[in-house]
Design a protein around this ligand. Structure first.
Ligand code: ADP
Ligand code: MG
Length: 338
């Protein structure tokens, strides 16, 4: 229970710290209107700049509810739960096909560092449970042997799982949904806004006074409002994966929710977090998880093969480094584009 409360507290802190920073706008700009909700086991918020735009937020939250009911691994009636239970799902919703195809693309691109079939391990570790503990080594090894995205086949008519594979969209769903919300807002004539799904931030347009949004990166393990760096951006997704987001500690070891499909254990490296800057938030979400798994050096190699994607690494000494397309000023904490 304590852990649970602690996690909620952290999400709240994360959210309010970003709102605090994001709403520090100039006198000339319209006042931001921010609404919050609770979806995907986290606090989400949407910020827009006029009452007319705010009228669309209810529709956006309704979409969140629909996606959650379809994609959740823990809601027994979701398409993903039914697929995991039966091994096959006939006539899936088009969005389920779409997110799975996207997830498979990133599973392939990252050679399984991001593996959307990680569910047997997620179920076993159960980081969202009330009292998570370290599973038995034999159980980890058994679950690990089931994780292989090659065992998923997707067509518009059916999704099929072979050899005990199970789906967990936890590493990509918030990014995918953020992209869908942005599309929804643009279709409804909302040109400027900030979508924040549990710290997974997607900005679009700009502030009404023409200035950029300021998006902060949370200082790992720190209290509310304590940010370590920031960037000024217009249309950009900013997604962070880190070991400080969901974890428990046993005998002095920290066990966190980003799992290495190769070992079955939480990833162990010298990183506190990886933040991905990209156009697509689905890409940012999958790649932030993958880059955390890969570690800084391998992540940089991977990202060099991709266009328009940059990363910010924070190591265990709180040292910040950035990929080639970015600048970082340690004095001000500002991250910029070259
Ligand atoms: P957050 O959910 O805090 O934004 P991530 O995007 O890094 O963080 O996603 C972590 C979640 O992704 C885990 O809770 C789990 O559901 C899933 N996951 C964990 N390890 C992997 C992995 N190697 N590949 C794909 N998904 C993963
Ligand atoms: Mg992710």
């Amino acid at each position: 229970m304590k852990e649970r409360f602690f996690l909620r507290y952290k999400f709240t802190a994360l959210l309010f710290s970003s709102i605090f920073i994001l709403s520090g706008c100039s006198l000339r700009s319209a006042e931001p209107i921010t609404r919050t909700g609770f979806y995907f086991d986290t606090i989400i918020s949407v910020t827009v700049y006029s009452e007319a735009d705010a009228a669309c937020i209810d529709g956006a939250f309704a979409l969140c509810g629909e996606y959650e009911a379809r994609f959740s691994r823990t809601i027994s009636t979701s398409e993903i739960s039914r697929l995991n239970a039966a091994g096959v799902l006939k006539n899936p919703d088009a969005s389920t096909v779409d997110i799975l195809e996207t997830a498979l693309t990133y599973s392939e691109m990252t050679n399984g560092a991001f593996d959307v079939s990680v569910a047997p391990l997620s179920v076993l570790w159960n980081f969202t449970g009330t009292n998570p503990s370290v599973p038995a080594a034999a159980d980890i090894s058994a679950a690990r042997s089931l994780v292989d995205y090659h065992h998923i086949s997707v067509t518009p008519d059916a999704i099929t799982l072979q050899s005990g594979a199970q789906i967990d969209l936890g590493g990509i769903a918030k990014g995918y949904i953020a992209d869908q919300l942005k599309t929804y807002f643009l279709e409804h004539g909302v040109k400027n806004g900030i979508i924040n799904l549990g710290g997974n931030t997607l900005t679009f347009g700009e502030k009404p006074d023409g200035s950029a949004y300021k998006v902060a990166i949370q200082r790992p393990f720190a209290e509310s409002g304590n940010t370590i760096a920031f960037l000024e951006t217009r249309d950009c997704s900013v997604v962070t994966s880190g070991c400080y987001e969901r974890y428990f500690e046993t005998d002095g070891t920290l066990y966190h929710h980003i799992l290495d499909p190769a070992t079955g254990y939480p990833v162990q490296n010298d990183l506190y977090s990886v933040t991905i800057l990209s156009d697509s938030s689905a890409a940012g979400d999958a790649l932030s998880t993958a880059c955390y798994v890969l570690g800084k050096e391998n992540a940089i190699h991977l990202l060099q093969t991709m266009d328009g994607i940059e990363a910010v690494f924070i190591d265990q000494n709180e040292q910040i480094s950035v990929t080639d397309g970015l600048t970082y000023d340690a004095g001000t904490g500002k991250i910029g584009w070259k």
